[in-house]
Design a protein. Structure first.
Lengths: 334, 320
């Protein structure tokens, strides 16, 4: 990768003709996949796009893309797994209730929620259900074992679906939205309604407050080594240090990619300290943490919305993105 | 920026005729599509319209404002609805009979993402002409819903005598003399009476005229919900008024359900208008005062335990 600041990679971006709000994007192997809010799952191949509609006419509300499949939850209350060969199978049906949350683990476990109701499905297909104290907002599996973290009003809970024991509760007043576990499982972080982040160190449930954002933080990304947590919600990517045992407590965050536009998506490179940053004006930059060098991926285009999805492939050679107005593209690093 | 989607909030005590009104709105041949947020599936269900079930979860905001509550489920539902453009022309939120309308209304001012894409059009309250008297005795929610309303649908008037109807109307006016009131049978009201009201739009605040000159005439206990209207001839000093209104709504926010005002500031050619829900205030300069208009300041507060004398004196002290 070039080291000169503001070097442009725009010539290496191939546009993808999407046309609808991109909810989430990712890769199955080398091939980009995009889940669209209008209900489409789009597989991108060298020879063109394959568009599928796993939920029929219904919209997709939540999606999770993994190396071998796309999981979607829709307004029709169904949870569907789509494979690149175009086959789709229904894994859950909540009878018309909106699927609010959806996640999967690297080992094949899945979980979804509708209102207060959570369903966990292990890699063998065994289903466990649980009711949360209030509507579940975010779901994330912890990296080790079959344990699910979910956020709700006044805190978060950690649940072993295969155990009869009550979930462990992490308390903090307010409405918690998205939830994420550090790659080593030492910390759980939530974004909150009041434009702040809240974190807990799981060993002793010590609270961490990370505030100062002008907007809600709807995108969180951990660096490959787990030392850094990058966040959206400000006119710079705010990156908190999590290397020490105290996490970011008492330490200032780093900032990079400062522009006069709010950041809507962040995605850390899978094996380097490079952050992909998407903005509300659909500009995209790559920023290297070590020297703050910046590379331009996408020039903002008026009327093309904000970046709503951003993901690297496993090797870190490709980056796929999508916007609220249906602009999308694939960067292949030279 | 595309036009914000209007949101109509429908409240009313159980059995007042809310669902009848909702079905009427949806079936009229207006060619519009709505997304409807309901608490109970089953009673509504019209082709072309999207019906979403809600849990009516009320959250407190951690912003030091105790009455600043929002509907968490609504924030998520609106985020989901707004991803697909052109799917519908409006959103209707039906609340349960016991619901306080404030958290629903506040959601549209407090949450940035919701406020960016939608605007609260009006709070419509359906009232049962036959049973309102009873409800006002045993259900504080019924009183709240009337106090909060921009439009009141006084329904089932065919079930009461003319005298009973007059008495019910007086009871409503004692709580809220400013809402537009429509008397109906089976919630039959023209659509423009409930949709496209722009009740929270500062540009649409035209005048503040109560329907009854002496509201609260029949109620003398100050603990009850009522209204205080103030008219000040001549100009107001914004340097004095702004700190006062901020302080007043901050300290009495939980008791002030709604407020609205048109003010004449000294040396300001434009009218200053404001409106508020509990502690959330919104104010701006509006159009110019017309030469034929009497420059005076009018405001109204609807709420609980409002001390008329105290408010009058405080406002009087802000005169220029």
């Amino acid at each position: 990768m070039s080291t000169a600041p503001h070097t442009s990679l725009t010539a290496h971006v191939m546009p993808i003709d999407i046309g609808e709000h991109v909810l989430r994007c990712g890769f199955i192997g080398q091939h980009p996949v995009l889940a669209l809010a209008d209900g489409q799952v789009v597989f991108v191949r060298e020879d063109g796009l394959t568009r599928t509609r796993p939920h029929g006419d219904a919209a997709i509300l939540v999606a999770h893309i993994q190396h071998d499949m796309v999981l979607t939850g829709g307004e029709d209350g169904r949870v569907i797994r789509s494979l690149p060969d175009g086959t789709a199978s229904e894994l859950g049906n909540e009878k018309g209730r909106w699927i609010d949350g959806l996640t999967a683990s690297a080992t094949g476990a899945m979980a979804w929620s509708t209102g207060k109701h959570i369903t966990a499905r292990d890699s063998k297909g065994e289903i466990r259900k649980r009711e949360a104290p209030s509507t579940v907002q975010g779901l994330a599996f912890l990296p080790k074992g079959y344990r699910l973290a979910y956020s709700h009003y006044n805190g978060a809970s950690l649940w072993f679906p295969n155990s009869e024991a009550n979930p462990d509760s992490l308390e903090w007043k307010g409405s918690h939205i998205d939830i994420s576990s550090s790659p080593d499982g030492r910390f759980v972080v939530t974004s909150m309604q009041e434009n702040t982040l809240h974190g807990w160190r799981l060993s002793d449930k010590k609270d961490m407050r990370m505030s100062g954002y002008p907007a809600k933080i709807r995108s969180l990304s951990w660096s490959h080594d787990g030392d850094w947590l990058a966040t959206s919600g400000a006119e710079a990517a705010v990156i908190w240090p999590f290397k020490d045992k105290d996490g970011p407590m008492g330490k200032p965050p780093r900032e990079c990619g400062v522009r006069p536009a709010k950041i809507t998506q962040v995605a850390f490179h899978p094996n380097a300290l490079v952050l992909a940053i998407g903005y509300e004006d659909n500009c995209i930059l790559l920023c290297r943490l070590t020297d703050a060098a910046e590379l331009l991926v996408r020039v903002p285009v008026k009327g093309q919305g904000s970046i709503t999805a951003l993901a690297w492939d496993k090797t870190g050679k490709k980056l796929v993105f999508g916007s609220s107005e249906g602009a999308a593209g694939l960067l292949t690093l030279p | 920026m595309t036009e914000k989607i209007p949101v109509t909030v429908l409240t009313g005590y159980l059995g007042a005729g809310k669902t009848t009104l909702l079905n009427r709105i949806l079936t009229e041949p207006h060619g519009k599509k709505f997304a409807v947020v309901v608490n109970e599936f089953g009673e509504v269900g019209i082709d072309n319209d999207l019906v979403v079930g809600a849990d009516e979860e009320v959250f407190e905001m951690n912003n030091g404002c105790i009455c600043c509550t929002v509907r968490g489920d609504l924030i998520r539902i609106i985020e989901g609805l707004m991803r697909r453009k052109g799917r519908f022309d409006g959103i209707i939120v039906e609340t349960t009979g016991l619901a306080d309308p404030a958290p629903v209304a506040q959601t549209f001012f407090v949450d940035q993402d919701v406020a960016e894409k939608t605007r609260l059009d009006a709070v419509i309250t359906v009232v049962d002409a036959k049973w309102l008297g009873e409800r006002l005795k045993d259900a504080p929610e019924a009183r709240n819903q009337i106090a909060f309303a921009d439009v009141i649908i006084l329904n089932k008037i065919d079930l009461v005598s003319a005298d009973e109807l007059a008495a019910v109307e007086l009871q409503i006016r004692a709580i809220n003399p400013y809402a537009t009131l429509h008397k109906t049978e089976r919630s039959a009201v023209s659509l423009d009476a409930v949709l496209g009201r722009n009740a929270f739009d500062l540009d649409r605040i035209l005048d503040i005229e109560p329907d009854f000159l002496e509201p609260g005439h029949h109620h003398h206990h100050s603990a009850e919900i009522g209204s205080v209207a103030i008219t000040v001839p001549g100009d107001i000093n914004p340097e004095k008024f702004m700190p006062w209104i901020n302080e007043f709504t901050q300290t009495h926010g939980p008791d002030i359900l709604r407020c609205k005002g048109i003010l004449s500031f000294k040396n300001e050619p434009k009218r200053f208008v404001f409106q508020g829900v509990h502690m959330i205030l919104d104010g701006d300069l509006q159009r110019d005062w017309r030469p034929d208009e009497l420059r005076q300041s009018k405001m109204v507060f609807i709420g609980r335990k409002l001390d008329r004398t105290m408010i009058e004196q405080a406002v009087e002290a802000t005169r220029a």
